[in-house]
Structure formats: structure tokens, C-alpha cells
Ligand binder design. Sequence first.
Ligand SMILES: Nc1ncnc2c1ncn2[C@@H]1O[C@H](COP(=O)(O)OP(=O)(O)OP(=O)(O)O)[C@@H](O)[C@H]1O
Ligand SMILES: [Mg+2]
Length: 254
Amino acid sequence: MSILRAEAVSRCFGAFPALRGIDLEVGLGQRLGIVGESGAGKTTLIKLLAGLDQPDSGQVWFDQKIVSGRPERDLGFLRSSLQIVFQDPRSSLNPRMRVGSIITEPLRSKRVRRELNDIDQRQRLGEVLKMVDLPADSADRYPHEFSGGQRQRIAIARALAPKPQVLIADEPVSSLDVSVRAQVINLLADLVEREGLTLLFVSHDLMVVRHLCDSVIVMRAGEIVERGQSAEVFEHPQTDYTKALWAAVPRIRV
Ligand SMILES: Nc1ncnc2c1ncn2[C@@H]1O[C@H](COP(=O)(O)OP(=O)(O)OP(=O)(O)O)[C@@H](O)[C@H]1O
Ligand SMILES: [Mg+2]
């Protein structure tokens, strides 16, 4: 069963076509890697899938419900079920809010409270802090008191708080120090496995995509140029473009 579906989705910025006729289906529990050179349209695509931006043509569905073209007030079903971890926790975490409020923010909407049967916010906060290996007293502190890796753990905790079905991570470790990247990736891998999450994982690090994802799409200039099981795509790339991405791996992984 597919949980997310895009059909013939296109998006232009002025005259520039950032996405050109994307068709994509993501199954429940699937872990899909999204790779491709800078500017290929990866972030544009996930924003459309998350209903944060609208296509010029085409349609996105989440769990059989139409996403595209709906006003934000009609997207409540998506705001709890689909969560995103962005690249840079410095800009995605409000510096004036305590970590506890940041993490429980997704739990304060009426709809999420109803869906989660008036979940105890304090208790859920404690649970997700534990899941990301942060001490319980982190809740009373501010984001600037944490390291980059810890801040990304906070972002992951916030994403998991409303018990989403789908987690999208857009280059979640590329802003982090190389020495802590593996820890955050391993944490993410554990949580995806434990919570049975559907994962969309955007990355330039093809080794990590191969490790984390069962399938992959390769994007170039707004199109999907290759797709399949990750092992297959990485071992037997069909296009010169994918071969070149793969060949560049040692240079990317400095
Ligand atoms: N809001 C916008 N206004 C104008 N152009 C945009 C906008 N957002 C994206 N673009 C352009 O669309 C293209 C695709 O951008 P996108 O951010 O989706 O690429 P990406 O694959 O995520 O790249 P990266 O790997 O660098 O994050 C780029 O050429 C970008 O400059
Ligand atoms: Mg991007």
C-alpha cells in the first residue's frame, strides 16, 4: 500500500523548471533515498510532498488524501503524520523557546491532541528525549546551550513527538561536524527501525543512503533519471550520471 504518491508533479520558479513531471510512489514502511547533484530538485520535491509548497501541475496524495492545492488549515492530517528534519538545526529550532516547548509544539494543535487521545505532553517529552539520548533536564534549556549534534537530536525528538508515520530528513547531518555525523545517522537508523517509520532520506552521502535505505531515486535537473532497490542501483547503475555520482563518493566523504 502506498502512503505517499506524486503524479506528474511539476514546479517552476519563474521560467526555471525545478521539477518536471515527477511520478513517485512510496510504500508504507519503505525507506527511500533521494540523491542527485546540487540543484537537482530534491528539496523542492520533498516540500511538495509535505504540502509546504504547491506544484504548478500534477498532484500529491498522502494516504489517499489529496495534498496539493489545499490550504494549510485543511492539512492537519499531514501535520501529525508526516514530519521533517531539516539540514540545519540552528535555523529550524526557535532560539527563544526552551527545548521542552520546542519538542511539544507539534502536540499542541487541537487535531493532533484529538488524534493522539490527549496524549500527556510531559510524558511524551520524556519519552522522546530518551529516544534521542538526551538527558531529561534538556527540556528546561535553550537550543544554543547544545552542540550541533545535540541540536539535531532535538529536531529529531520534535519530529517524533506526534508519532508520525512518515519521516523526511533533508541532509540531516551535512551541517554537522564530521565526527558526530555517524552517531546521528545511527540514531536515525535505530529509530526508523524501532518505530517502523516510512523514511524519505535526502543525502549527498551515497554510502549512508545505501546503508539506510532499501530503495533510491536519482534526480537530475528536476527529473528522476534512475530508480530501484538501493543495492541494485549502486551496484549496477544504468546511467552515466549515476555512475559519476557513485565515482565521486571518495571525494564527497572527506
Ligand atoms: N524558492 C525558490 N525560488 C527560486 N528558485 C528556487 C527556489 N527553490 C529552489 N529553486 C531552484 O530550483 C532548483 C532546485 O532546487 P532544490 O533546492 O530543490 O535543489 P536540491 O536538489 O535540494 O539541491 P541541494 O543538494 O543543493 O540542496 C535550483 O536551481 C534552485 O536554485
Ligand atoms: Mg536541498
